[in-house]
Design a protein around this ligand. Structure first.
Ligand SMILES: NC(=O)c1ccc[n+]([C@@H]2O[C@H](COP(=O)([O-])OP(=O)(O)OC[C@H]3O[C@@H](n4cnc5c(N)ncnc54)[C@H](O)[C@@H]3O)[C@@H](O)[C@H]2O)c1
Length: 359
C-alpha cells in the first residue's frame, strides 16, 4: 500500500505532483539537488495551496495539513522509507539514469517511477538492478488540475507493481490512469504529432494559418486549433518533442519536423512567450497572423474544411497505428486525447462518427 511518496526534482512538475499528493493525504518528501530550487518550491506550493482554497477546492485546514505533510530533503537519501518515488528532474537520460542508479541503492523497497515525457522508461530502468519495480507515471501540466496520468509499463515492469501504482493514481490521487506501453511519446505526444505536423503541411498547401485554426474550432469543436496550440505550448518545446519522436521512431516521413516551424524557431518566433509565433501577440491577445510565418508558406488550392479533414484523418490514422502496435487500447487512447487536449472526442470516436455519416 502506497502511503509515503518521495519526489525527485522540485521544478514545475515536482512541485505540482507534491501539492497533488499532499492534498490527497499522502506524506511527501520532496528532494532537489539545488537548495535554491527547494526554497522556491516551498513558496510555489504555498501559493498553489492558497489558490486551491480561494477556488474552494480545499478548506484552509486541508491546505494547512497538506503544507505540513511535505518535507523538503536536500539529500536524495532523505527519500529513504518512501513507498513510491516519482522522479521529475530535468529531461535528460544521463541525469535520470544517475538518479535511478542512486535510488536503486538507497531505496531498495520503493517503487520507482519517472515522469519523463519523451525518454524510454526501459532505458532509465536499465540503470537499476531491479527494473521490475520501475515504471513511467506521466503527469500533465498542471498536475493538480489535469486528470490524465499515462501509466507506462516496460516489458520488465512487475504486474503487481503496475497495479499498486494504478490504484494509487485512481483511488489515491483521484486521477484517470491509462495503461500505456513504453514507446516514444506514449499516447498523447505520439497520437497528437500529426495534429501539429499535418497542420503545417496543409497550411503550406494553401489553407493558411488562421483559417485552419478556425476550421478546427468550428468543425472539430476543439478548444484550440493546431497553430494556436503550438503558440501556447511554445514552438521550440513542441519542435523538440517532434525531433525526439522522429529520431526514436527511425525518422519516418510522417514525423519529420516541418521547415515552417524550424525557420520560426530559428528566428526566435516561438509563440506567446516571445510575443510572436504563428500569430503576433499584444499582451495575452492574438493580434493577427505573423506576416513572417505567412511569408514562408506556398500558395495552393487547399480549402480550410478539407484541411481540417486531412488533419483529423492523420490523427485517426496515427491512433489506429498505435492501437495495432499494442501501445494502448482504443478506449484508453480516446480517453487520453480527450483529457489531455480537452477535445470533445477521441480519435476512435471521430472515426465512428465519420463512418456513420458516410451512409
Ligand atoms: N513541464 C511540463 O509541462 C511537463 C509535463 C509532463 C512531464 N514533464 C517532465 O517532467 C520532468 C520535469 O519537468 P519540469 O518541467 O518540472 O522541469 P523543471 O526544469 O521545472 O524542473 C526540474 C527540476 O529538477 C531539478 N534537478 C535537476 N537535476 C537534478 C538531480 N540530479 N537531482 C535532483 N533534482 C534535479 C532542477 O533543479 C529542477 O528544480 C521532465 O522529465 C519533463 O519532461 C514536464
Amino acid at each position: 500500500m502506497i502511503q509515503r511518496v518521495g519526489i525527485v526534482g522540485a521544478g514545475t512538475m515536482g512541485c505540482g505532483i507534491a501539492q497533488l499528493c499532499a492534498s490527497q493525504g499522502f506524506s511527501v518528501k520532496l528532494h532537489d539537488l539545488f537548495p535554491e530550487a527547494l526554497a522556491a518550491a516551498r513558496g510555489k506550493i504555498k501559493l498553489g495551496l492558497d489558490s486551491a482554497v480561494i477556488k474552494g477546492r480545499l478548506t484552509t485546514q486541508q491546505a494547512d495539513r497538506a503544507a505540513l505533510s511535505i518535507d523538503y530533503a536536500s539529500e536524495l537519501s532523505g527519500l529513504t522509507g518512501a513507498d513510491l518515488i516519482i522522479e521529475a528532474a530535468v529531461e535528460d537520460l544521463e541525469t535520470k539514469r544517475k538518479i535511478f542508479g542512486e535510488l536503486d541503492k538507497r531505496c531498495p523497497e520503493a517503487i520507482l517511477a519517472t515522469n519523463t515525457s519523451s525518454l524510454s522508461v526501459a532505458a532509465i530502468a536499465q540503470a537499476t538492478a531491479t527494473p521490475h519495480r520501475v515504471l513511467g507515471l506521466h503527469f500533465f501540466n498542471p498536475p493538480v488540475s489535469m486528470r490524465l496520468v499515462e501509466t507506462v509499463r516496460t516489458p520488465q515492469t512487475n504486474p503487481e507493481v503496475f497495479t499498486a501504482v494504478w490504484d494509487f493514481v485512481l483511488m489515491g490521487l483521484r486521477k484517470t490512469p491509462v495503461d500505456v506501453k513504453d514507446i516514444p511519446g506514449f499516447i498523447v505526444n505520439r497520437v497528437m504529432r500529426p495534429y501539429y505536423l499535418e497542420a503545417q503541411r496543409v497550411a503550406d498547401g494553401g489553407a493558411g494559418i488562421a483559417p485552419v485554426d478556425t476550421a478546427a474550432r468550428e468543425i472539430g469543436q476543439v478548444p484550440l486549433g493546431p497553430f494556436e496550440l503550438m503558440d501556447l505550448i511554445g514552438l521550440d518545446v513542441n519542435l523538440s518533442i517532434t525531433r525526439i519522436i522522429y529520431q526514436a521512431c527511425g525518422r519516418p516521413e510522417r514525423f519529420k519536423p516541418q521547415a515552417l516551424q524550424e525557420k520560426l524557431v530559428e528566428l526566435g518566433h516561438i509563440g506567446r512567450k516571445s510575443g510572436k509565433g504563428f500569430y503576433l501577440y499584444e499582451g495575452s491577445q492574438a493580434a493577427g497572423e505573423n506576416p513572417q510565418a505567412l511569408a514562408f508558406l506556398s500558395a495552393g488550392p487547399l480549402k480550410p474544411a478539407a484541411a481540417w479533414e486531412q488533419i483529423i484523418s492523420s490523427v485517426i490514422a496515427e491512433a489506429q497505428m498505435a492501437f495495432k502496435e499494442g501501445v494502448a487500447g482504443k478506449s484508453d487512447i480516446d480517453t487520453a486525447i480527450k483529457l489531455a487536449m480537452n477535445f470533445p472526442k477521441g480519435p476512435f470516436e471521430w472515426l465512428n462518427q465519420k463512418e456513420k455519416t458516410r451512409f
